[in-house]
Design a protein around this ligand. Sequence first.
Ligand code: DGL
Length: 270
Amino acid sequence: MIGIFDSGYGGLTILEKIRTVLPEYDYIYLGDNARTPYGTRSFDIVYHYTLQCVEKLFDLGCHLVILACNTASAKALRTIQQRDLPRIDASRRVLGVIRPTVEALGMLTRTRHVGLLATPGTVQSESYPIEIRKLFPDITVSAEACPMWVPLIENNEHLSAGADFFVEKNIRQLFGQDKNIDTIILGCTHYPLLLPKIKKFVPKDIKLVAQGEIVAQSLADYLLRHPEIEQTCSRNGQCTFLTTESEEKFGATARIFLQKNIQVRHIHLQ
Ligand code: DGL
């Protein structure tokens, strides 16, 4: 099975796109809902929580795990790849969502001025500017942390009139940093749910980059280039949902993301 990990629900937006592009594989989705949000937590805590979840997915039989969470990709991915994988099992793979998103940017921006909307954790990590500088040194990045957006979505308030205040405020602040931005990365897997509101406050000619399709295409490409990993992935088109919170709570909020009821199982990490 392919493991899909997120701090909570946001990874469901990535999982959906991955299953559209690669429906034949089996997936385990793990949401660490008991400890969400990760976006406001320290570097060390996000790393330890993420590692624990990745090890759980390995124990459950995943050879390949996608960190479908920008905060975990920003704060934990590199250390897990470089320090933990060789110790745990060098044949397993953990991939994130930041690199594929950055790779897609080069073709999208014309002004070479890009905006990033993300959690405080992702913004503070500077992972996006660092990755962008490596691939496209000519691109200027301005980042705006949006601490209220994830709670708005998880409380099902993202389409309410109240959400306008926070969405408008953060977008205004982003353009206040740089008026030449022509492309905005939605650098949090929750944010596609806010797209109707974001579009209300962003000029029409600005490109909005949601990550689901980019990550799905990048995974399809990865599996083609790595037959040794592809061969470890079973193919029954099934998806198992696991949460560290209660099954009822996960199921109710997951409905906001998936517009359908799902079967969920609670797991203990310790
Ligand atoms: N889904 C997470 C991300 O992409 C944000 C949610 C959280 O703060 O835990 O960064």
